[in-house]
Design a protein around this ligand. Structure first.
Ligand SMILES: Nc1ncnc2c1ncn2[C@@H]1O[C@H](COP(=O)(O)OP(=O)(O)OP(=O)(O)O)[C@@H](O)[C@H]1O
Length: 897
């Protein structure tokens, strides 16, 4: 029901604004950048421009109420109980919403004077990066808010990130030039930066490639001194020494982040875990273009489906899925840490029974991380307490299984078990036990609904409840008693919110109640068309007792709930550690499951500059071919940047569609998977650690940024040639194809030489310029490999296997034929090709003779159909008689003569 009372107060808006309107305008003034959800009774109402925006975005009715400055005030509203769905829609379409609640009841307001307006204020600003509601979040993805800070000289950079839904808080020390890479690995939902930083060309360029919602903040909010103060407040410490020394840029990023959290949580101190600090150089660098071309966590279509992440994700729990996404986004470069992850996967690969039992235990788990944070933020409910209980229980079971199954667990699993083993964690064990006995299985979402504390947990609650239940039993007895007394068998005692308990009889039986011997016992309450309602003193008493017991019960349940929430808060760091441990076990067991299902092996990592893959496959292409019932051809790749006999740069040639891009990508993905701690789809894989992966595969226009396909290609190639060091792994696909042949060839040629001579890194370079394959002769550490295809009775068959040496020819025309190019055009292309090849052979290879612009002397064949052909087109072969067919033949012959 909409709150009309307030509107009575504010209708005469045309003259001076009513107190209500003044209240609205004052609050809106403070939240200009957000849509204001203004609570009025059971609705959130939006006014003025907010109403127009919301009506369009939510497809809800736009109405008008009252007037302001002589104009009707546009208004739109959403019911309070369904607000989350509307909020989700608005956030997804890029809006921020300020939620303004009533801070007192209308009755309380009235006590201050009959015309008082209910007190209201914003209790929270909902933005893409600060969500906590289950319904607004993707369970299997993190929801990151990030902020960047730059030191006064612009040399140092820092990134601070928080996931409010889990309490995760991380700080990165990183050069401003690497912001793009680090942010791409974090995939924030919202990015904060000061106006002045945003104006820097380096930053505006980076933002264009990131496609993240950016919220500019005033420069004063990025003050490092305030950052230090806010950090101390958030962490509840007097000194930050225990966390290492933060750079000015890091403090500036923290200032932006914490201030924004403060603002969006309406003045509450952000609830975050102690920050984890990283050097951006502790991770494999993958720039945004490479990340998207390799489709690591998002496919080319922009969804998780079809990405590497979704292909290898066999985790069971949502925290496990989020952890795997993090690992894959930020592969490590430290041998020991990578091997720790791989040891854990190896254990689960080698012991299938144990893996299955542990995964079964995880199935009963719940999202401890998010439940814990919702409770801490005061937005949790009984279901969240239950989630903690379930998570702890299944964690303890997993730990028990692991500890009893294996002596000498890998360190990562051993540490996880220590955290999860409730025999070693007395406080957690006691808390889990309490939750287990306290919270009912089918608990409501909201604590205020009551009924979630199990019988037997709290004697005083049980007493109140039995009082209520006894009264209900007495009422059931009363119904029989009254029916007998009045002689009305259909008499019923019912309950509704307005009347409470009442006696309900049909109108026909009402006179027996009013005129019978017991008429004085029955007090009339209500007359309806078909029924009359009564009560008795006894029933009234019982009703009061039940209502009081209900109230008392709910109040007691709230007390218990709040005590349990407090206990959870006190155990916060232990619960976080338990959530982390569960996620780590889930990731390792999930990767092992994937490895077994996909015949993946443990990569051998070392500090050399080798890349030796034997029988390797592209995990995503293989999975999609498998679905279509097709197989994937495994291939080897051997590179070494040490300058020895093995080539460090391979030129890959082969027909279109032969699998060059797939081959390039699969090798880059192998390196990423291995360093993220995953098994890889190969028979054998030895890898000298890679510090950066670069990929320039496939090209697309970036028209929104005013860049043509060729421009994008050149920018990405330039970045690679400028940055790749000896430990990098580079894949380049058809560089130069986006421009005129000579220019393209020249650029590709120069890029190969630069990679070989200057960058000296491991590289795969796919090209259709066969002339480039001659470079392998000139460059001492370059080689050729090609993907095979066969001409089988005029048709092209792709073998997809890589063999040493360059490809013999391109087969482009055959591919065009396969693609369904008109027959005439294919024929014509074959003629032109023959001619061009003939000319090239006559003069050997000279750039000046290169194809395409050489004039084609022979006239094009006449493609207009002949008279006879036209006649044939018109013939309905199945519909004519043999005689008619004969006549047509005669007619055709005549045309030809
Ligand atoms: N090793 C493989 N085994 C089986 N099928 C493969 C393999 N590699 C590629 N394919 C199939 O061939 C298709 C074409 O592969 P890809 O795009 O890598 O070819 P390409 O040589 O790069 O083509 P183009 O030169 O036209 O860009 C893929 O979509 C996949 O279906």
């Amino acid at each position: 029901m909409r709150c009309n009372l307030v509107w009575l107060v504010c209708t005469p808006m045309s003259k001076s604004p009513s107190p209500f309107l003044l209240q609205y305008l004052e609050i809106k003034e403070r939240h200009k950048d957000a849509l204001l959800f203004f609570r009025m009774g059971d609705f959130y109402e939006l006014f003025f421009e907010d109403a127009q925006i919301a009506a369009e975005a939510l497809d809800i009715t736009l109405t008008a109420r009252g007037q302001h400055s002589g104009e009707p005030i546009p208004m739109a509203g959403v019911p309070f109980h369904a607000a989350e769905g509307y909020l989700a829609k608005l956030i997804r379409s890029g809006h921020c919403v300020a939620v303004c609640e009533q801070l007192e009841t209308p009755e309380e307001a009235k006590k201050r004077g009959s015309k008082s307006v209910v007190n209201r204020d914003v209790v929270r600003i909902v933005t893409p990066g600060t969500l906590t509601e289950d319904s607004l979040l993707d369970a299997r993805s993190s929801n990151i808010l990030a902020a960047i800070g730059v030191s006064a000289g612009g040399i140092e950079g820092g990134i601070a990130l928080a996931d409010v839904s889990t309490g995760r808080f991380e700080v990165f020390e990183t050069a401003p030039e690497a912001f793009g890479e680090v942010l791409a690995s974090l995939a924030p939902k919202e990015l904060l930066m000061s106006d002045s930083v945003m104006a820097r060309p380096l930053i505006s360029n980076m933002l264009e490639s990131l496609k993240t919602a950016v919220t500019p903040r005033p420069g004063a909010k990025a003050d490092k001194v305030s950052g230090e103060r806010q950090l101390k407040d958030t962490l509840g410490v007097k000194s930050l020494d225990a966390f290492g020394s933060f750079s000015n840029a890091e403090l500036s990023a923290c200032a932006l982040l914490l201030d924004y959290l403060h603002l969006t949580q309406a003045g509450e101190t952000p609830r975050l875990d102690p920050p984890k600090r990283h050097l951006s150089s502790s991770f494999m660098a993958i720039d945004p273009a490479t990340r998207s071309s390799l489709e690591i966590d998002v496919s080319a279509q922009g969804s998780r489906k079809g990405s590497l992440l979704s292909t290898i994700d066999c985790t069971i729990t949502a925290p496990g899925a989020r952890r795997l996404a993090d690992n894959l986004s930020r592969p490590l470069i430290d041998l020991v840490s990578i091997n720790c992850r791989l040891d854990a996967v190896s254990l689960f690969v080698s012991d299938r029974d144990l893996r299955e039992e542990v995964r079964k235990a995880l199935r009963d788990s719940a999202d401890i991380e998010r439940a814990r944070m919702r409770l801490q933020l005061g937005r949790g409910g009984p279901k969240d307490l239950r989630a903690l209980a379930l998570g702890l229980k299944s964690g303890a079971l997993a730990a028990r299984l692991l500890r009893s199954g294996i002596a000498g667990l890998p360190s990562l699993l051993d540490e996880a078990c220590t955290v999860l083993d409730l025999e070693q964690q007395e406080e957690l064990a006691a808390f889990a036990q309490t939750l287990e006995t306290a919270i009912k299985e089918d608990s409501p979402v909201l604590a205020r609904d009551g009924g979630f504390i199990a019988t037997g947990y709290d004697p005083s609650l049980d007493e109140v409840r039995s009082l209520r239940d006894d009264s209900r039993k007495i009422i059931a007895g009363l119904q029989a008693d009254y029916a007998e007394k009045t002689g009305i068998p259909s008499l019923k005692i019912r309950h509704n919110k307005v009347l409470g308990y009442f006696i309900d009889v049909t109108t026909r039986n009402a006179s027996a109640m009013q005129n019978g011997p017991h008429a004085s016992d029955f007090i009339h309450r209500q007359t309806l068309a078909s029924a009359m309602r009564f009560t008795t003193t006894e029933l009234g008493d019982l009703d009061g007792r039940i209502a009081r017991a209900e109230e008392e019960g709910k109040a007691r349940e709230m007390e218990i709930f709040n005590a349990l929430v407090l206990e959870a808060e006190n155990l916060s760091s232990k619960l976080r550690a338990a959530a982390d441990a569960l996620a780590a076990i889930d990731v390792a067991a999930g990767l092992a499951q994937w490895a077994e299902d996909n015949r993946a092996i443990r990569p051998q990592l070392n500090n050399s500059t080798q890349f030796n893959a034997v029988g390797a496959r592209h995990p995503v292409v293989e999975a999609s071919l498998r679905k279509a019932g097709d197989g994937f051809t495994a291939n080897d790749c051997c590179l070494d940047a040490s300058g020895g006999d093995t080539a460090r740069l391979m030129m890959i040639t082969g027909p279109n569609m032969a699998g060059k891009s797939t081959y390039l990508r699969q090798n880059a993905l192998l390196a990423i998977m291995a360093q993220a701690g995953c098994f890889v789809p190969a028979q054998k894989f030895e890898l000298g650690l890679v510090d950066r992966v670069f990929s320039r595969v496939g090209a697309s226009d970036d028209l929104s940024r005013g860049r043509s396909t060729f421009m994008v290609e050149m920018i990405e190639t330039a970045a690679i040639l400028n940055q790749a060091g000896p430990k990098a792994f580079v894949i380049l696909d058809e560089v130069g194809r986006g421009t005129a042949t000579y220019d393209g060839l020249a650029i590709a040629w120069a890029a190969v030489e630069h990679l070989h001579e200057k960058n000296k890194c491991r590289a795969l370079f796919a090209t259709h310029y066969h002339e480039l394959t001659d470079l392998a002769e000139k460059l001492s550490h370059a080689g050729n490999a090609s993907l095979r295809a066969k001409d089988w009775q005029g048709d092209l068959v792709f073998l997809h296997d890589v063999k040493p040496g360059p490809a013999d020819r391109s087969y482009g025309v055959q591919v065009a034929k396969l693609a369904g190019m008109p027959r005439d055009a294919v024929k014509r292309a074959e003629e032109v090709l023959l001619r061009l090849e003939g000319e090239a052979q006559k003069g050997g290879f000279q750039l000046d003779d290169l194809p395409l612009f050489a004039a084609v002397a022979e006239p094009a064949p006449n493609l207009v159909p002949s008279e006879v052909e036209k006649m044939l087109v018109d013939v309905d072969v199945d519909g004519i008689t043999p005689r008619e067919a004969l006549e047509i033949l005669y007619a055709m012959k005549q045309k030809l003569s």
